[in-house]
Design a protein. Structure first.
Lengths: 803, 146
């Protein structure tokens, strides 16, 4: 299996072929060509399970940029494999689903599948990379592909808004995370996560430990839509439903969770980490489920429910990190439960949320709306879809016999365990965890019921819908049916999953713990435990509140609009735009001479400042050869012609003055015996003078400008400064010899290059690469001029040249 | 552009252009051992053509020269890049140049270097680019005048 490291590259490389399929085989839906990729990758990863379950991760290193210590290291352990299976497995189902969801006649399928494969490769790269810089690269690539997929229907304003929002928020987090990574790399002197884990003691004692932690968590929280960064996820629902099912519920939003889990060995056991991760997770859990209930769009409801479930997993990872405080030992089973619940729920969430998204997609596809106020009575029209919705939402609500029940019970166990701890001020605040989570679970139950029943029960109003409703095609039903099958299968056989995936994943989140501690097998029935009573309370109270929903849903109206996070985001965007526009307007005047003065001023300040602060001015004329009379004459004429240019009344005189200066410099080259330079300068000067004369036609008549004294003085100062500085530097270069003269390298030019002309030997042989790039630049410049003039738009008369 | 009735300039140009062209070929070929080379050689050709352009007009220049300067520039860059690449085929570093001598019937012992091919690319690129800039601008002027 040594080629497993290629697995992240396969989707990326395959993406190149997709446009060809789309273009040359338009009669077959492009999705059929894409489908084999995730299926094959899934099968390959499945074959890897036995090796990883035995505790031998797959490691492979390809050196990429060795000089910077950046290696393309693939590291596949239990955690990475779990994610990899979710990515490829759900990916395969989503591709199948999308074949029936997107019409080949109407949609830009080529673009869609390129973005999708780009995402798949990037996401696999995130979970399989051990090098944090490579991981970061793939991380940002997932943000970019998510942006492209959300904006897939870019004609819609909402799509563009959602795409921009998600990109701004996740890339902001990504940058923070990058800074955090660099701090970690700086402390440990390595870019490999596994090597960092071995140097944990170095990191925890460091001054920048907390900043690094917060920066990395910002990355994880923005990506995983944790409070208060969750606002991008509901807007991301503008994407086509297969994308929402794939990126925004099953995979990409779990990248943050992956990162938290992956770095738990480094940061875990610290109080700040514990409170940040589990606290933010808990708030998100509550806020997500609370907000979900008030939604009327089924997809928005699912988005908030995803936020809430992600919060729950994050919270569990935080709770489990306490284990690092105590270290491996006997009592660890308590904390291992939290991690177990986290990983288990991660898998479960992918199954039930994936199927629910697909169900909502079917409803949207067949009825033309997702608004629960317009839907109703679909049960008899779409019986299979209804069954699938029931399975998915009951699992999400935590009811037996579905896998959500098991992970929910484990979640409650973990919360109750935590509330009894005495460290990290938990004695005082510990009770908060079970209480808040329990309330959040009630809301979860309510919105699950809304999803399950609002659209399907009640009366059917055909006139409110755009289309005539009927059951979806089999291709759309098959993926959610498979997921529903898994939902039930995991309930009855949770320990198969535990043995092969969850326990290897736990041993990579908490290395060294599984050897000493052990996990009880997951059971549906534990007897009359507090967890069961909690679940019963949730069901009972939730059901009552669901029935009474119309009575109390007015409560949501009380929250003022102005302080909602979305409003704050919008206002912040407007204000930053306005401020940056104002600043840009200030210095972007539209006059070339202004830009020129910025450039020259920078030159004077930077170089002049360097010379002054380093106090490096030395001038040693002793080694110079004596000045001859030719040189004096040439220099005096040069100065005279420069003055002529300055004081010329007529533009043609100025151009001629410039030409004279050029030819005089040719003379200087001649008396210093540089014939090559002289020749080139001569011809260049001739050609540029002609060019000047050509452009002359377009230039306005030179006239005496009346400008303010301040403007004139500043211009004078800048020009004097530049002239002075250039002179100083020319003198400085005389006295300072920091490096060996390069001409020594070319002394044996005749033997090496067969050229008696050393200049030519340098140009074509020794530094041939420079020459090649120079002519390339020259050619690009020529093309630039050509396109500027030839392709200019026809509206030239109103474009100002005549004015 | 062009001073249509300047008989003296036109007559002198007719002779001078050939002198300049011959000189520029000399510059180009002699560049290996004497002052000159692809860059200067190319530019000298440009100056010859520019002189033509000034003495006559763009139309007659275009009629006399059926070369597309933009394509010439691109071909030049491609030649330079390809000579660089060809050294890779012989398992040598990029842009490695070789040279050797061959005994030719009339010229006697003559040196040949792959650098000449590279230099040809340079000359073409310079020639094409500079002339394309000049002709584009002057064409624009003609259009603008009408």
């Amino acid at each position: 299996m040594s080629w497993l490291y290629l697995i992240t590259l396969i989707p990326l490389l395959y993406a190149i072929l997709v446009p060809l399929f789309y273009k040359y085989l338009p009669r077959i839906h492009t999705g059929w060509f894409v489908l084999p990729v995730p299926v094959v990758l899934f099968a390959c990863l499945m074959k890897q399970i036995p090796f990883v379950a035995k505790g031998s991760p797959f490691v492979h290193t390809v050196s990429w940029i060795p000089s910077l210590n950046i290696n393309y290291t693939t590291y596949v352990d239990g955690l990475a494999l779990t994610f990899g299976l979710i990515i490829t497995g759900i990916g395969a189902l989503v591709v199948l689903y999308s074949i029936y969801y997107l019409f080949k006649e109407r949609e830009e399928l080529g673009n869609f599948y390129v973005y999708l494969l780009l995402f798949m490769g990037a996401m696999l790269g995130v979970v399989f990379s051990d090098n944090i810089l490579v991981l970061y690269m793939f991380w940002e690539l997932t943000s970019v592909s998510s942006f492209l997929l959300i904006a897939f229907w870019y004609q819609r304003k909402g799509s563009r808004y959602g795409a921009q929002k998600s990109l701004l928020i996740t890339v902001f987090g990504g940058f923070c995370m990058f800074a955090g990574f660099l701090i970690l790399a700086n402390i440990t002197d390595t870019f490999s996560i596994q090597q960092m884990i071995q140097h944990t003691d170095k990191i925890t004692g460091h001054l920048l430990f907390i900043p690094a932690m917060i920066l990395i968590l910002l990355g994880a929280f923005t990506k995983s839509a944790q409070f208060p960064f969750h606002i991008w996820l509901p807007d991301a629902m503008e994407a086509p439903t297969p994308v929402s099912a794939y990126l925004h519920s099953a995979t990409m939003v779990k990248a943050g969770i992956y990162l938290i889990a992956r770095l738990t060995p480094i940061f875990g056991g610290n109080m700040t980490w514990f409170w940040l991760v589990s606290g933010i997770g808990l708030i998100t859990l509550f806020w997500g489920s609370f907000s979900a209930v008030k939604q009327v769009d089924l997809k928005a409801m699912l988005a908030y429910s995803t936020i809430s479930q992600l919060g729950m997993i994050v919270c569990l990872l935080g709770l489990g990190s306490v284990a690092m405080y105590y270290g491996p030992g006997k009592g660890t089973v308590l904390y291992l439960t939290a991690i177990l619940a986290a990983v288990f729920h991660l898998i479960n969430h992918s199954t039930f949320k994936g199927s629910l998204f697909m169900v909502v997609g079917i409803i949207d596809h067949e009825t033309g709306t997702r608004d629960i106020r317009r839907l109703g009575g679909l049960m008899s029209l779409m019986p299979i879809t209804f069954t699938l919705a029931i399975i998915g939402s009951f699992s999400m609500a935590g009811l037996p016999p579905f896998n959500g029940f098991l992970s929910k019970e484990l979640f409650f166990t973990a919360l109750l365990n935590t509330s009894q701890l005495e460290i990290f001020h938990l004695g005082k605040w510990g009770l908060l965890f079970p209480v808040v989570a329990w309330i959040a679970s009630i809301f979860t139950f309510i919105y699950c019921m809304i999803i399950a029943f609002k659209a399907f029960m009640g009366k059917h109003y055909p006139h409110r819908l755009v289309k005539k409703t009927h059951e979806a095609p089999w291709g759309m039903l098959l993926p959610p049916i498979l997921l529903a099958f898994l939902i039930i299968f995991f309930f009855f056989n949770p320990n198969v999953l535990a043995q092969y995936l969850i326990i290897p994943a736990i041993s990579s989140i908490l290395p060294g713990f599984m050897e000493t501690g052990s996990i009880e097998p997951i059971k549906a029935w534990h007897g009359w435990t507090p967890e069961l009573f909690m679940t019963m309370g949730v069901v009972g109270l939730g059901f009552v509140l669901f029935i009474l929903l119309p009575k109390w849903s007015k409560l949501y109206g009380w929250l003022p609009v102005r302080i909602t996070l979305n409003n704050i985001y919008d206002q912040a965007l407007i204000v930053t735009e306005r401020i940056s526009e104002r600043i840009t307007r200030k210095y972007m005047t539209g006059f070339i001479r202004d830009y020129l003065s910025y450039i020259l001023l920078f030159f004077v300040v930077a170089l002049g400042g360097a010379i002054l602060t380093l106090n490096s001015f030395t001038f040693n004329p002793i080694t110079n050869s004596p000045i001859r009379v030719y040189e004096i004459i040439l220099c005096l004429t040069l100065v005279a012609s420069a003055l002529l240019v300055l004081f010329a009344r007529n533009r043609i005189v100025a151009i001629i003055g410039l030409g004279v200066m050029g030819y005089l410099i040719t003379g200087i080259f001649v008396i210093f015996r540089a014939p090559d330079l002289a020749l080139t300068q001569l011809v260049v000067e001739t050609v540029t003078t002609v060019l000047f004369l050509l452009c002359f036609y377009f230039l306005p008549k030179m006239k005496k400008e009346i400008s303010k004294l301040g403007f004139k003085t500043s211009n004078l100062l800048i020009s004097l400064g530049v002239g002075f500085l250039v002179t100083i530097m020319a003198l400085l270069a005389q006295g300072n010899r920091l490096f060996l003269p390069i001409s020594w390298f070319y002394e044996n030019a005749y033997e090496l290059a067969g050229a008696k002309n050393i200049v030519n030997a340098i140009l074509v042989d020794f530094r041939g690469f420079d020459t090649m790039l120079e002519i390339l630049v020259f050619c690009i410049g020529g093309i630039g001029v050509y396109t500027l003039i030839k392709l200019q738009l026809t509206g030239r008369k109103n474009n100002g040249l005549k004015e | 552009m062009g001073l249509k009735n300047d008989v003296i300039l036109q007559t002198v140009t007719k002779v001078a252009v050939f002198i300049i062209l011959a000189f520029s070929i000399h510059l180009f070929i002699g560049g290996h051992h004497n002052p000159g080379g692809g860059f200067v050689g190319g530019l000298a050709v440009v100056s010859a053509f520019t002189l033509l352009l000034l003495a006559f007009d763009l139309k007659s220049l275009r009629a006399g020269l059926i070369i597309n300067f933009e394509i010439l520039a691109i071909v030049g860059v491609l030649i330079a890049v390809c000579t660089g690449m060809s050294s890779l085929l012989f398992n040598e570093p990029f842009l490695n140049q070789i040279f050797g001598t061959i005994n030719l019937p009339i010229l006697g012992e003559t040196e040949f270097a792959t650098a000449v091919i590279f230099d040809t690319g340079v000359a073409f690129a310079v020639l094409g680019t500079a002339l394309s800039i000049i002709t584009t601008i002057s064409e624009d002027i003609c259009k603008w005048r009408q």
